[in-house]
Ligand binder design. Structure first.
Ligand SMILES: *Cc1c(COP(=O)(O)O)cnc(C)c1O
Length: 392
């Protein structure tokens, strides 16, 4: 029998009403685990949207410490923030708009994802202005019908990009795409997209492009589809220890949730049976009871859709939000085993990664959304407290 070492409880720093405690060692360990899932490929840790709510710079440093060779962001401003913090790892941004900060991106050596001809023209102008060479990854739409160049326009994009490369204004270093339904591995759209991707890569080779990196795999494809790994996998969610498959918990993949959301009980008081609780009295106590007030609400990113259902752990027991989620707080009826066991100052766990704790996935289910949204929408009012040593 193997006994795992005791896990120290995750603490809410004294005096804080709430915090998202983020274990940087978990992020590094998750990257190591993901590299094990895709041993033949490099890994780009996707750190867009403040690293899915985990804190852009510390999360990026931890991911690099865990073996990520690349960082990925949606917007150029996110990549430039990484550069401003001193991170020099290869970094790609793929969602740019006309008038974007291309000159800065070129100066800072940020790779740019290109989906359309207008972007090539602007990037070429910026490269001339800066006297530099822009590093480009050309994005092909293999079926998502979101960003990316259609297969019909792909030959032209290649030709234009390679012309600019011959002029020394750009260097075409990558070719990439994005999945529609990688979280449903049996969906035939996955195979169709891979076929389209290979077709696009062949066209690129014929046109004379020599991509250093070809990449299409997000978290679910990294974890479930080795045929999609190519030179580089591009996971986001799983870097933070969450599973992209709602029915399969992260530990099945060797992943550990990095974020624990904690709130300090602000008040506990008696409420009689038959009393409505919180706005609209959508919840009514069924016995004489105690209620606890936890200072996290939709102003902190707690979804109001989880009113009456979101799980809250107090004193080692799991309760549900009683009634409406308010802007700043939720109320929890302690009738189910919590009366006399919870006091002001105690720490509630809304979600975390320890066995038995509610998870971001539980909150997603309660709110009718996905775990991605639960961590990423966490509000600016919630302090991010980083623990662990990875990347520091
Ligand atoms: C967000 C994103 C990813 C990461 O997706 P996950 O499912 O979080 O792993 C990868 N590539 C692109 C283009 C993205 O927008």
């Amino acid at each position: 029998m193997s006994v795992s070492p005791p896990v120290p409880p995750i603490e809410l720093p004294e005096g804080l009403p709430s915090a998202a405690v983020i274990d940087l060692d978990a992020i590094a360990a998750n990257v190591r685990a993901l590299r094990g899932h895709a041993p033949g490929a490099g890994l780009m840790a996707v750190v867009k949207a403040d690293a899915y709510g985990h804190g852009l710079v510390p999360a990026a440093r931890a991911a690099l410490a865990g073996g990520a060779a690349w960082l990925g962001t949606a917007q150029l401003s996110e990549a430039l923030a990484l550069r401003a913090a001193g991170l020099t790892a290869p970094t790609l941004s793929w969602l740019t708009v006309p008038g974007d900060r291309y000159a800065e991106a070129i100066r800072q050596g940020v790779d740019i994802g290109v989906s359309a001809g207008w972007a090539l023209a602007e990037i070429a102008a910026a490269a001339r202005e800066v006297g530099g060479t822009a590093r480009l990854h050309l994005k092909v739409d293999t079926g998502l019908n979101r960003n990316g160049c259609t297969l019909a326009d792909w030959p032209q994009l290649l030709e234009d990009a390679l012309k600019l490369q011959a002029d020394g204004l750009v260097s075409v270093v990558g070719g990439f795409s994005h999945f529609v339904s990688a979280d449903e591995p049996a969906d035939p759209v996955n195979a169709r997209q891979l076929e389209n991707f290979v077709t696009a890569l062949d066209l690129a080779t014929t046109a004379g492009a020599r991509f250093e990196v070809r990449h299409i795999a997000n978290s679910p494809a990294t974890l479930s589809n080795p045929d999609a790994h190519f030179d580089l996998v591009r996971p986001g969610l799983s870097v933070y220890g969450l599973s992209p498959f709602p029915e399969r918990p992260p530990h099945e993949f060797g992943l550990r949730p990095a974020m624990t959301l904690l709130g300090r009980v602000a008040n506990v008081k008696r409420v009689a049976a038959g009393q409505g609780v919180s706005y609209g009295h959508t919840y009514v106590t069924s016995t004489d009871t105690e209620v606890a007030v936890v200072p996290l609400g939709y102003g902190d990113g707690i979804p109001r859709h989880a009113s009456g259902t979101g799980p809250v752990q107090l004193g080692g027991r799991r309760f549900r939000v009683s009634g409406r989620v308010c802007m700043d707080q939720v109320v929890v009826d302690l009738a189910d085993g919590g009366i006399g066991r919870v006091a002001a100052g105690d720490v509630a766990v809304l979600f975390g990664g320890a066995p038995g704790e509610p998870s971001a996935q539980d909150w997603a289910q309660a709110a009718g959304t996905i775990n991605y949204e639960i961590v990423t929408r966490l509000g600016a009012r919630v302090p991010r407290v980083h623990t662990g040593s990875a990347g520091r």
